[in-house]
Structures are given as C-alpha cells and as structure tokens.
Design a protein around this ligand. Structure first.
Ligand code: NAP
Length: 289
C-alpha cells in the first residue's frame, strides 16, 4: 500500500481563496481585517517567518503591519506596544513572534494581548476556551492539522489518536481538538515508555517532536493517518519532518509530506483566525448600533 498524500499547499490555496472572498465581503462593509506582527531581535528564522506571514496577509487582501524592534527593547516597551495595538481598531489580530530575547518574559507578553485579538491562540484564555469547548482562537498548527483531516472527510468519532509531543502550542491543543471531535486520545512525550506500543494502536498519529525518524514504518498500523508536524534538517540540510516518510508511506493510509504538508497550513490558519477576529468584531459593532 502507498499512502495518499494530504497536500498542504493545495488545501491552503483553497482555504486562502475562501479567506480572500470573505475579506472582500467585509471590506465592502468598510472593515479591513488587520494583523499586527511584532518581531523583537534579529533571529534569521523568525525574520523569514514574519515576512511570510505579512506577505500571506497582503496576498489575501488583509491589512498587515510588521513592527520590528532591536533586541535591546525592554519588556515594558514591548508591553506598551501590545497595549497600543489592543486599542487600535484597525488591528484585529496581534502576533508576537517567538522566541523573544531572554530578558523578556514571553508568557507575560502573550497574556498582555487582548484575548479577542489572540490569533495565535496562545493566551491562557484561548487555551481555556479550547479546553472547555467555548468559542476562542485555536493555535494555528493543530488547527491546520484538523483542517487536513476534514479535507479527507475523516470521521474521528471513536478512533484512537496518538499525539507525540505535549507542547502548549502543538501537542496539548492538538489532543484537545481531537478529543472535541470524539477521538480517544493518547498523548506521548519524552518519558513515554514503549512509544511503538502506543502508536501501533493508533488510527491517527500526529508527530510533533522536532526529531527526525521518531516514527518509523514498524510503528504504524496499516492504513493509519499520519500527520507530520516536525520541522528538522537532514544530513544534506534539507527540510524534513519527524516521520521516516519513505518507510511510513508504504504502510499508512494517508500521510502529510514535509515540506508541503502542515507547514503551509499554519500560516493559512493564521489568516483564518485574523479574518474570524475581524468578523466577530464587525458582528459586535453591528449589535451595538
Ligand atoms: P517542543 O516544545 O520542543 O516539544 C516537543 C515535544 O516532543 C515535547 O513534549 C517532548 O516531550 C516530546 N519529545 C521529545 N523527544 C521525544 C521522544 N523521543 N519521544 C516522544 N516525545 C518526545 O516542540 P514544539 O514547539 O511542539 O514543536 C515540535 C516540532 O514541530 C518542531 O520540529 C517544530 O519545529 C515543529 N513545528 C512545526 C510547525 C509548522 O508550522 N509545521 C509549527 C510549530 C512547530 P517532553 O514534554 O517530555 O519534553
């Protein structure tokens, strides 16, 4: 068996077309969805990420501003910029690119973002909303994974999903989203004993570790759906995931490639969240009128 690939680029194009259409509809009512991205310091990877995010916004008709500051910026100064953006009606989503310089408390900065503009979904209010099934913003990477499952018409009800990794930005919210769709969820991490025994039971596996070949063909049940969140470099310096793609592709039913899988979906879901923030704000304005 050769697994069917879930193409994150193709799915992103479809979703971005929908974003562009809904954005045009909002604009016709005088509202342009706006995203503010703050970058502190000169981390080269972060610079690429923020540029891609800002460009993706502009390509879909959203307004976006990039604020870049030197790594000497103080925590107080950054908190004051976040506060200003919280109060700026042209901005519906605020994203502070991580990591921040060591002298700035990243959690404090995230908690300073208004939950109604928390389009990264990292605020404790967003995490609580996801946990309790209330409306809020879902973190973009696991949200993108859910869209990929939806795109293949996969019904999670009663299925066993194994998430490898338990970070606050990927693993834990991923597990909550799968649970919300009635999967039985197992979360694995660095202290899990016998990872293979867990993954062999899984109908769906999400690998979000950051280590190459964490998941190999002998660890996968035939026909399982495998979503690879990992971003690593191989010996030749090429981008690769956590999954041994060549081997697992022969066993799985569906698989996401790296690159071209979960990666493009992450930025797309940021656009979706920003648009949703603007739509919610527009709905509130209409109610108030
Ligand atoms: P992270 O915060 O470093 O978390 C990694 C998780 O993997 C931890 O929970 C860790 O367990 C677990 N782990 C480490 N070694 C393990 C092992 N041998 N077996 C099982 N679990 C193990 O990383 P992250 O931020 O979640 O990101 C994970 C990967 O996804 C990275 O490669 C990152 O670059 C990538 N990523 C990609 C996107 C995208 O858009 N495609 C977005 C975000 C992240 P402990 O908790 O016990 O330490």
């Amino acid at each position: 068996m050769t697994a069917q690939r879930i193409d994150g680029n193709a799915l992103s194009l479809q979703l971005r077309a929908d974003v562009a259409q809904r954005t045009a509809a909002l604009k016709a009512n005088g509202i342009t969805p706006g995203l503010a991205v703050i970058l502190v310091g000169e981390n080269p990877a972060s610079q690429v990420y923020v540029r891609n995010k800002v460009k993706a916004c502009r390509d879909s008709g959203l307004h976006s501003v990039l604020e870049q500051y030197p790594d000497t910026m103080s925590e107080v100064e950054l908190l004051s910029r976040v506060e200003a953006l919280n109060n700026d009606p042209s901005i519906h989503g605020i994203l502070v690119q991580l990591p921040l310089p060591a002298h700035i408390d990243a959690q404090k900065v995230i908690e300073a973002i208004s939950p109604v503009k928390d389009v990264d979904g990292f605020h404790i209010a967003s995490a609580g909303a996801l946990m309790t099934g209330m409306p809020g913003f879902w973190p973009c990477t696991p949200y993108g994974c859910m869209k990929m499952l939806e795109s293949i018409g996969y019904d999670l009800k009663g299925k066993h999903a194994v998430v490898i990794g338990r970070s606050n930005i990927v693993g834990k919210p991923m597990a909550m989203m799968l649970l919300q769709k009635n999967a039985t969820v197992t979360i694995c991490h660095s202290a899990t004993q016998n990872l293979k025994a867990m993954t062999l039971q899984a109908d769906v596996i999400v690998a979000a570790v950051g280590k190459r070949k964490v998941l190999t063909a002998d660890m996968v049940k035939p026909g399982a759906v495998v979503l690879d969140v990992g971003m690593n470099r191989n010996e030749e310096g090429k981008l690769c995931g956590d999954v041994d793609f060549a081997g697992v592709e022969q066993v799985a039913g569906y698989i996401t490639p790296v690159p071209g899988g979960v990666g493009p979906m992450t930025i797309t879901m940021l656009l979706v969240n920003t648009l949703e923030a603007a739509e919610r704000s527009a709905a509130c304005t209409l109610i108030q009128k």
